[in-house]
Design a protein around this ligand. Structure first.
Ligand code: ARG
Length: 578
């Protein structure tokens, strides 16, 4: 259950009773407990606009606001704010209920939607590199959140598996296999090397280049031999992607793949549709859509090419076909793209064309969840020492090496097997968390030392808090607290309980905006407040009553569940012991 929603409903009723309808009067959580747990804002603005005394209006709203059994006090404050102090009983009952709920009290979607999440989407000619990390883990986290809320989520991995480079790759794969007895070993296949060698040969050997060009044409016209080689190449590279996904604990499977090649046949239909909507103009032989809403520096509409002169379609055309498929076949109500911000213009154009050509319904929601870049400590795009983009596999290997050092310094009481599990967990969690905890709209600096630190807003810190609760539970075997109520005795307990009860609000916002860092910030706050609670509210002392003990254990249990679910949303698998 969402406290904010409950308060908003009650506010809406109160405003209705007063004949006020103003969307700018709203409730928000209050950051300073002195002024209550929640606050009603916007009354001052409303009153001024209507030439009324803000405090008078606030007083009237307070009188109409029915928060019986919810709030212990509603206070008119300052120039015309309303401060809401929640009732302790309301909080403890809610917390007790949430703890027993398999969904941890997170409000489920009132209308379930079919939501397509387009994420990861690497280009197959090359091995996955750090540039694919953000899309992959941001999209995965959002997909997890939306499914949890009850939506039908369709993951789409829009891989770049089509284009002229495949002629060269097919030709090279064919040569390799002709010259070697062994079949290409998929696990060991070095994509980077392969691509480099193929490209070198293409540049140096005219005969090979000619063959490559022929293969492009053959492939595009559906020649069976070329298609077979291409398919083989795609399979090899996809296998590599799947290994990375598995390592990263990302949910994408081969079933989610719907690459550019899958839309090849529907591209002419897109052109036809645009023509029927009178949207196409010939410009130097190319088919172009001019969009009124996008102007260049001279103030003229920007042209978006959808078919090259002499034939051949573009990235935009394929995205239009993908949108059509997602709406018409997959029945999407909402389509979300996790692609870096350099493609913002591209998506704005695709969405505009799709709407104008009725490729989606009027109420189909189209969202580009853009993100910034991963930077090195020098504030430039993150690169390897030799200046190349860092392969994801190498990045994950390095993370494991570094986590191993941390573990050898920190966790000397673990068995070898436990150590391995911890290293794996810490390495993946740290990389993912360091990324997910930043607002996706900005660039961020990738910093090994920070992300592996046990202090601050990091994965190790959170995992440590989580395992601390585990070790606590390992010590209490003699007390049955499961069905006992949560009670509030100390301020810090109240603070923690209120926080635990507001998980639902955070998740509701994330589902709307796709901002995973809100989950991270929330979990960090939960862990920090928990640590304070843990210091201030002992459990295993003799002079503590059973009632208090049970309540505190319940609070620990709820904290652990909230952290656990939070980890799940971020795609992080915790360990029991650190
Ligand atoms: N393969 C593209 C790239 O690496 C990303 C595709 C994103 N999704 C899409 N529907 N365009 O830039």
């Amino acid at each position: 259950m969402n406290i904010l929603t409950l308060l908003e409903e009650r506010l809406c009723k109160a405003l209705g009773n007063l004949g006020i309808s103003d969307k700018n009067i709203y409730i928000k959580p209050c950051s300073n407990p002195k002024y209550g747990d929640y606050q009603c804002d916007g009354i001052i603005r409303f009153a001024k606009k209507n030439k009324q005394q803000p405090r008078d209006v606030a007083q009237q709203v307070a009188e109409q606001l029915d928060l019986k059994n919810i709030a212990s006090k509603i206070e008119v404050a300052g120039a015309g704010f309303l401060n809401i102090f929640l009732d302790d009983n309301f909080l403890t009952e809610l917390a007790t209920k949430i703890c027993l709920d398999s969904k941890l009290g997170i409000a489920q979607a009132t209308t379930t939607q079919t939501i397509v999440v387009d994420y990861s989407s690497p280009n197959l000619a090359k091995e996955m590199h750090v540039g694919h990390l953000r899309s992959t883990i941001l999209g995965d986290s959002m997909a997890r959140v939306l499914s949890f809320l009850g939506h039908k989520v369709i993951r789409q991995n829009h891989i770049g598996d089509w284009g002229t480079q495949f002629g060269m790759l097919i030709a090279y794969l064919e040569e390799l296999e002709e010259n070697s007895q062994e079949k290409t070993n998929m696990e060991l296949f070095n994509l980077e090397k392969f691509y480099r060698e193929a490209k070198k040969k293409f540049d140096e050997d005219p005969e090979f280049a000619q063959k490559s060009r022929e293969y492009v044409v053959n492939l595009q016209s559906g020649d069976p031999a070329c298609t077979k080689s291409w398919k083989k190449f795609v399979d090899i590279t996809l296998k590599h992607c799947q290994l990375i996904y598995k390592r990263l604990q990302v949910l994408l499977t081969e079933d989610d793949i719907m690459g550019e090649s899958a839309y090849e046949e529907s591209l002419p239909i897109i052109i036809q549709t645009l023509k029927e909507h009178n949207m196409l103009k010939q410009d130097q032989g190319a088919q172009v859509v001019f969009l009124e809403q996008f102007k260049n520096k001279e103030g003229n509409p920007i042209g978006v090419i959808v078919e090259k002169s002499g034939g051949g379609f573009l990235y935009t055309t394929t995205d239009l076909a993908a949108i059509r498929h997602r709406y018409a076949t997959l029945n999407a109500d909402r389509i979300i793209y996790y692609v870096d911000s350099r493609q913002s213009q591209h998506f704005a154009q695709v969405f505009a064309i799709a709407r104008q050509a009725n490729l989606v319904a009027e109420n189909t929601v189209l969202e580009h969840h853009a993100f910034g870049m991963m930077l090195g400590k020098d504030n430039r795009p993150f690169k390897s020492r030799s200046g190349e983009s860092v392969k994801l596999n190498d990045l994950l290997n390095e993370a494991e090496e570094r986590a191993a050092v941390v573990v050898s310094q920190k966790s000397d009481k673990l068995t070898e097997e436990q150590k391995c599990a911890v290293i794996k967990c810490l390495s993946i969690a740290s990389i993912k968390y360091a990324d997910l905890c930043r607002n996706r709209n900005s660039d961020y600096v990738f910093d090994w030392d920070k992300m592996l630190s046990f202090e601050g807003n990091t994965a190790p810190y959170l995992l440590y808090a989580y395992t601390r609760i585990n070790s606590l539970f390992a010590k209490v075997t003699d007390i049955n607290y499961k069905n006992k109520p949560i009670i509030i005795e100390q301020n810090i307990e109240r603070k923690l309980i209120l926080l635990l009860c507001s998980f639902s609000e955070i998740i509701a916002r994330v589902a709307k905006e796709g901002l995973s860092h809100l989950i991270c910030n929330y979990l960090y706050e939960v862990a920090s407040v928990f640590m304070q609670f843990y210091e201030a509210c002992p459990i295993n002392k003799d002079n503590i009553s059973t009632e208090t003990k049970c309540s505190r254990l319940k609070i620990c249990e709820l904290t652990q569940k909230v952290l656990g679910l939070g980890f799940y949303f971020l795609g992080i698998e915790p360990v029991d012991k650190l």
